[in-house]
Design a protein around this ligand. Structure first.
Ligand code: DAH
Length: 339
């Protein structure tokens, strides 16, 4: 039996040496190691080997089986390597690339969003998000917006058949966040899409982008809000930028302001441009959130907060003197290549 095994090994290795493709290798495997293969046949003969020779015969059997399988693996790898080499033959990988396709760049909107997020992260804000399909409660009620508020009108808002809606602003993320946090402070930025049933023109799209910001803790003040926004807009528009707060009304903040930045255009007089809404979180918002949480983490007697929100499309347009918002979604390379 030992001699037979040596012969089988020699035969198998010769057959493998002659194999030139995967089918031939597979044939060798089946002939020697397969269910009806000759090595397998010998191993069933182990039964009849006298006891004192069993150990040696068993070891030999394993040795031969392993020698054949590892030769098969080596051969397979060699054939694969030859195939790989053949498939790139004729391709000169040292040829320089073809210029002219140009290097891609981030979309101007993405650039502005990243700059805004980066700036606020440096001030300790972290990213938050919420669903774009929202409940009326998160989008309006909890934000102290009464049922007869014009923004809730079917003419202005996309409602779903089940009563939910496409969020009209990212302010709903304020509520989503306060509902779920374990502790104070809350300090979040939430960039994201918002939807309104607007007539599409040079300054309106039915899907646009906003950035929301919320800071809630003990002792957050209007001075914090002003300081944060001044730093923020100077980072975006340049260190000399003047920022102005104009009293305004939003249901979810009290007091509320609109923010203008003073921008110089070449050869023209500087103009104040309205850029964002902001204010101190209305206590009614905290009360709504507590009701939903079932605790008083947001005790309006103990804590305060500020919030602001702005349109990112508008920010990009002002920053780059883009006169039509539709350029931002046309994906025309002649437009995009400028950024
Ligand atoms: N949600 C407002 C809008 O879409 C913008 C806004 C105003 C957000 C005041 C705020 C805020 O967080 O405090 O017009």
């Amino acid at each position: 039996m030992l001699a037979q095994l040596d012969t089988l090994r020699a035969e198998a290795l010769i057959a493998l040496g002659a194999a030139t493709d995967e089918t031939a290798i597979e044939t060798v495997r089946v002939n020697y190691l397969g269910k009806k293969g000759s090595v397998t046949a010998l191993s069933s003969g182990m039964r009849d080997v006298p006891v004192d020779q069993k150990k040696e015969a068993g070891a030999k059997l394993n040795e031969v089986r392993e020698a054949i399988s590892s030769a098969i693996e080596t051969k397979q790898a060699a054939i694969q390597h030859a195939k790989d080499t053949a498939s790139v033959a004729g391709i000169d990988v040292t040829l320089p690339g073809r210029p002219g396709n140009g290097v891609g760049a981030l979309h101007p909107l993405t650039q502005v969003r990243d700059l805004a997020v980066r700036t606020l992260r440096r001030m300790g804000f972290t990213l938050a998000e919420g669903p774009e399909i929202e409940t009326e409660w998160h989008c309006f009620d909890a934000l102290n917006t009464p049922a007869d508020h014009p923004a809730r009108n079917e003419k202005d808002t996309f409602y779903l058949a089940d009563g939910r809606l496409l969020r009209t602003h990212t302010s709903s993320v304020q509520i989503r966040t306060m509902e779920t946090v374990k502790d104070l402070p809350v300090r979040i930025i939430a960039p994201g899409a918002a939807y309104r049933r607007d007539e599409i023109d040079a300054t309106h799209l039915s899907v646009f982008n906003q950035l929301e910001c919320l800071y809630v803790d003990k002792g957050v003040s209007l001075a914090d809000l002003k300081g944060t926004l001044e730093v923020f807009f100077r980072e975006i528009f340049g260190p000399q930028t003047a920022v102005r707060f104009r009293p305004h009304f939003f249901p979810f903040t009290e007091p509320s302001f609109e923010i203008d930045v003073k921008l110089e255009a070449k050869g023209k007089e500087a103009r104040w441009i309205e850029i964002a809404g902001c204010g101190m979180v209305d206590p009614a918002v905290f009360t709504a959130v507590n009701g939903s949480r079932g605790d008083v983490l947001f005790d309006p007697e103990e804590i305060t907060g500020f919030a602001f929100g702005m349109g990112l499309d508008r920010l990009a347009m002002i920053l780059h003197s883009i006169t039509d918002i539709r350029h931002l979604i046309d994906n025309d390379v002649r437009f995009l290549a400028q950024f």
